[in-house]
Design a protein around this ligand. Structure first.
Ligand SMILES: Cc1cc2nc3c(=O)[nH]c(=O)nc-3n(C[C@H](O)[C@H](O)[C@H](O)COP(=O)(O)OP(=O)(O)OC[C@H]3O[C@@H](n4cnc5c(N)ncnc54)[C@H](O)[C@@H]3O)c2cc1C
Length: 240
C-alpha cells in the first residue's frame, strides 16, 4: 500500500477552547491500514508554504469505516504554523498525508499485561485509539489512564473516557488538574506526582507516556530512578 495519500476533511469540532478534533476519509476510499498508537505526517498548506507535521491517529481502526480516522490538534498560539492552519480547515478540504508511522503501539505480548497510560493534552490521542481498540474485549488485563490537564474544561474526550470507566471493569480513569477549580475533588498537580500510587508493585504494568518532552522526561525519571523500572517496560512518544 502506498504511504503517500490524499485525505478529505469530513468534519471538525471543538473539543476544548484550544483543541479541535478532525475526522478525515481517504479520498481513494481504500482502507487506512494502521495500528492503534501510530501517527501520520500531514503536509499542511500555510501562508509560509507547506509544513509537514506529525499527528497521532486518535481513533482505533474501525471495521465499519476502514477509510476513516480521527486526529485532535492543539492550537499552538505562540509560534504555531500548521496547527493554526489546521484549525481553519473547512469540511471538504484535502491534504496529503504520509504514513502510518511509529512504534508507540501495543504489541501482542504487551496486550496480555497490565498497562498504565500517562498523557497530557493531545498526548491522550494515541491512548484513546489504544483504549477504543482494546476495550472492545471485555476480558483482559487492567488498563489505567492517568490524564493530566490544566482545568476541567481541558479534559479531552471526557464523556467517552468516563463512560468506559463506568462500564468496563478493566479500565480506570485518573484525571489530574494543574489548575483545578474549587469544586474539583479529583487529583491535583502534574502527572509525575501520581505515577507511583498508580503502579501496583506486584503486577508492574508496562507504561506508555505521550505528550510534551518535559513531561515525558519527568515521568521516565520517576519510573527509572524512584521505581526501579527497566526501560524496556517504558514506551514513550514526544510531541515536541
Ligand atoms: C509523533 C508525533 C505525533 C504528534 N501528534 C500530535 C497530535 O496528535 N496532536 C497535536 O496537537 N500535536 C501533535 N504533534 C505535534 C505536531 O506535530 C506539531 O508539532 C504541532 O501541531 C505544532 O505545529 P505548528 O506548525 O503549529 O508549530 P511549530 O512551528 O512546529 O512549533 C511551535 C512550537 O510548539 C511546540 N509544540 C508542539 N506541539 C505542541 C503541543 N501539542 N502543545 C504545545 N506546544 C507544542 C513546538 O515544540 C514549538 O516550540 C505530534 C508530534 C509528533 C512528533
Amino acid at each position: 500500500m502506498q504511504s503517500q495519500r490524499t485525505v478529505e476533511l469530513v468534519e471538525a469540532k471543538a473539543l476544548s477552547s484550544g483543541v479541535k478534533a478532525f475526522v478525515f476519509r481517504m479520498l481513494d476510499g481504500a482502507p487506512l491500514d494502521y495500528a492503534a498508537g501510530q501517527w501520520l505526517n500531514f503536509d499542511v498548506a500555510t501562508e509560509a508554504g507547506v509544513a509537514r507535521r506529525a499527528y497521532s491517529i486518535a481513533s482505533a481502526p474501525d471495521p465499519e469505516h476502514p477509510d476513516r480516522f480521527e486526529i485532535a490538534v492543539t492550537r499552538v498560539e505562540e509560534g504555531g504554523v500548521a496547527s493554526i492552519a489546521l484549525h481553519e480547515l473547512a469540511a471538504g478540504a484535502r491534504i496529503e498525508v504520509d504514513g502510518p508511522h511509529g512504534f508507540f503501539t501495543r504489541e501482542d505480548a504487551a496486550r496480555a499485561l497490565p498497562a498504565l497510560l500517562v498523557a497530557t493534552g493531545t498526548g491522550v490521542c494515541p491512548m484513546r485509539a489504544m483504549l477504543q481498540d482494546e476495550l472492545r474485549n471485555a476480558e483482559g488485563p487492567p488498563l489505567r489512564l492517568l490524564f493530566g490537564c490544566r482545568s476541567e474544561a481541558d479534559v479531552l474526550f471526557r464523556s467517552e473516557l468516563e463512560a468506559w470507566a463506568a462500564t468496563s471493569p478493566r479500565f480506570s480513569l485518573h484525571v489530574t488538574l494543574s489548575r483545578p477549580g474549587e469544586a474539583w475533588t479529583g487529583l491535583r498537580g502534574y502527572v509525575q506526582r501520581h505515577v507511583p500510587s498508580l503502579i501496583d508493585p506486584a503486577a508492574k504494568p508496562h507504561v506508555y507516556i505521550c505528550g510534551l518532552t518535559k513531561m515525558v522526561t519527568e515521568v521516565r525519571r520517576v519510573l527509572k530512578d524512584d521505581l526501579g523500572y527497566d526501560r524496556k517496560m517504558i514506551h514513550s512518544e514526544r510531541y515536541d
